[in-house]
Structure formats: C-alpha cells, structure tokens
Design a protein around this ligand. Sequence first.
Ligand code: DGP
Length: 140
Amino acid sequence: MSDASCIFCRIGKGEIPSMKVFEDDATLAFLDINPLAEGHLLIIPKVHRERLEEMSPDEVAAVTRHLPRLGRAVMAATGAQAYNVLQNNGAAAQQSVGHVHFHIIPRREGDSLGYRWPAGSYPAGRGEELRKAVIAALGA
Ligand code: DGP
C-alpha cells in the first residue's frame, strides 16, 4: 500500500532519486537530504504508514531489525563514536514527513547537537495514577 502524494513512498518505489545505502523488500535506508551530521540516515518502511502506532508489530520488526547494522555502518563510514536513533510521530513531535521514518544521527563528543530535556519528577501519587492508566490502555 502506498500513497502517490507521499514523498517517501515515491522514494521507496524509486520514482524519486535518493542516496540509497540499503534496500530489501520491506525497507529502504538513504541519506537525509538535510543532515544534522554527515552520514545522517533515514530508514523507512516501503508500506505507507503515517505514524509508528499504525504499524503492525511485524512491519515494525521488518524495519527496526536493520538498525544495529546500519548504526555500525554509519559509525564506521563517518568515524563518529555514537549515534542517536530518533523517530518522530505527529507535528507536535516535530514530524514533518507523514511517512514513518527512523533517523540515525551520527554523534561526536562536543558536537553542537542536542535535545532540550527539561526532566521533571512526579508529585506524590501521580506516577501510580499514570502507571495504572497506561496499563488500562494497554488492555483496551
Ligand atoms: P522529521 O522531522 O522526523 O519528519 O524528518 C524528516 C526528514 O526528512 C528531514 O530531516 C528531512 C528529510 N527529507 C525530507 N524530504 C526529503 C527528501 O526528498 N529526500 C531525503 N533524502 N530526505 C528528505
């Protein structure tokens, strides 16, 4: 299933060129056109799914199984010591392309990349409320 108006579906089908590094029946990995660091990769399912929670476990597994190998390859090719795997779902989470994609972003000590991470803590009882709410939602 693909969406003719989706840029990543069109890349997945080879209708639009990409700097491809890996492909199989279900997955394509290619260089991000606007890299946060040299070697920044995108890994996509070929099937059109806008967000991660719309994918079946098997569809997710078919894509994510390649992350370890791609992570090793990016570090070897760029000399980076580390990488982030980032996956955005929804505009509020900075998703700009409505087709699931995993970023592999090479990282080096002292690079200027970062993520605002204003960590908080739970007031008494709130963690337990949330734990129960998530468990209830999992059962739904
Ligand atoms: P996100 O914010 O998670 O939706 O990131 C989308 C990424 O996709 C962004 O880093 C730029 C990249 N991108 C958008 N259009 C194209 C394209 O046509 N080709 C390639 N290679 N990357 C693209």
